[in-house]
Design a protein around this ligand. Structure first.
Ligand code: TYM
Length: 333
């Protein structure tokens, strides 16, 4: 049986949050253990340039994210792990795809609208073109499935549209990928505002748990999580977004449904629930913190691993790039 290609990436914008972990990376860990899967995971450093950052920050965060990937338990032997900018085919395919993507489509993207409102002084072309680069990332590897959180679904939809459009003009060139959402945890909300997603860029640090937070910080942040005044534990995201978010987190950590987590915690005081969730999260992240510290001490190893990963990725990506280049009439040698 042919293996399924699974592709995903994360931007090295800051430390990963519990949202990234439960929404994306936690699923990758299960996926990598299935021998039927052929997994490719990238640090999307080019995407992170769409917001102005200090060069030292881009560099250190890229290295840190590679270390976080390994600290979570992603295994270099089971997956291809690499840095996006190390594989030139990404930007080259993105250019070709740009010529099959409409300005109107990009201007309508929710994330583009949000980010251009937030960074009104720097609405650059990269910010608008971001989904096309993401489409190139995915299509280069003949990807079947893309494990992401809910916030990336629109980008995945446009990837499919672009692939189908291209295939309709030039014949079967790209595999049309599908999104893979985790059972629970596909959308973790902020602890300080349960109506907004937990985000790396949230200006309120109390709203997000970073995967490398100390146990004390994790407990402190959960203790202050916004709930409601009802004092009843139930899973009802519309009426009780704060409590439901806590139950979603607990469920994702324990591998059960939020309803099961609610049944398990029935009758608890909110304070007790918060501690229960904090303890579960802290226990899950403890080994991550420990592994991370050791990995960051060996920069040479991380760089070596990235180089090996990029070689493997490039060998595959170049084939797809050649196919697409030939399709549009570029001279391919
Ligand atoms: P990024 O770096 O913003 O987020 C990485 C992954 O984490 C998920 N995520 C969440 N899941 C649940 N709850 C949340 N609060 C939450 N916040 C983030 C995201 O859905 C994502 O899966 N454009 C992408 C990176 C990218 C990519 C790709 C992904 C570049 N190329 C190709 C897949 C395939 C991004 O900015 O993700």
């Amino acid at each position: 049986m042919e293996k399924k290609v699974i592709y995903s990436a994360v931007q090295p914008t800051s430390q990963l949050t519990l949202g990234n972990y439960l929404g994306a990376v936690n699923n990758w860990l299960k996926i990598q253990d299935d021998e039927q899967n052929d997994c490719i995971f990238a640090v999307a450093d080019l995407h992170s340039l769409t917001i102005r950052r200090a060069p030292e920050e881009v560099e250190s965060r890229t290295l840190s994210l590679l270390a976080q990937f390994l600290a979570f338990g992603l295994d270099e032997k089971k997956n291809v792990i690499y840095v996006q900018s190390h594989v030139a085919a990404h930007t080259r395919l993105a250019w070709i795809l740009n010529c099959y993507t409409y300005v109107g489509e990009m201007a309508r993207m929710t994330q583009f609208k949000d980010k251009s409102a937030k960074h009104a002084d720097n609405v650059n072309m990269g910010l608008m073109d971001y989904p096309v680069l993401m489409a190139a990332d995915i299509l280069l590897y003949d990807t079947n499935l893309v494990p992401v959180g809910v916030d990336q679904l629109q980008h995945l939809e446009i990837t499919r549209d672009i692939a189908i459009r291209f295939n309709n003009i030039y014949g079967e060139t790209f595999k049309v990928p599908e999104a893979l959402l985790g059972r629970a945890g596909a959308k973790i909300m902020s602890l300080s505002d349960p109506l907004a997603k937990m985000s790396k860029s949230d200006p309120n640090p109390m709203g997000r748990i970073n995967v490398l937070d100390s146990e004390a910080d994790i407990v402190k942040k959960f203790k202050r999580a916004v709930t409601d005044s009802e004092a009843v534990i139930a899973y009802d995201p519309e009426k009780k977004p704060g409590v439901s978010n806590l139950l979603t987190i607990l469920a994702a950590v324990e591998g059960v449904t939020p309803e099961q987590a609610a049944a398990e915690c029935e009758g608890m005081m909110y304070g007790h629930l918060k501690l229960r969730v904090a303890d579960a999260v802290a226990a899950m992240l403890k080994p991550v913190r420990e592994n991370y510290a050791a990995l960051m001490g060996d920069k040479a190893y991380l760089l070596d691993m990235a180089r090996r990963g990029a070689e493997k990725a490039a060998a595959r990506a170049d084939k797809t790039l050649a196919r697409a280049s030939k399709a549009v009439g570029l001279l391919v040698d």
